[in-house]
Design a protein around this ligand. Sequence first.
Ligand SMILES: [Zn+2]
Length: 69
Amino acid sequence: MSSQFDRIFEIAEKNEIDPVCGMSVNPDQPSGGSHLHEGTIYYFCANSCRIKFSESPVYFLENFGKHGH
Ligand SMILES: [Zn+2]
């Protein structure tokens, strides 16, 4: 049981979450590139996500992490 959790944790550690669509992105090879906002680099699954984020980063960051409610 613990090994399964370890594996999930390992995957989560290696990947960044695209704040626009919530997909996990490999920060070594982000399909949509990256964007620096207030000292934090965000990674994107697609160029369209990166463009949306760059147009209104505050909107996506405010909604990011509010899932489930
Ligand atoms: Zn995306």
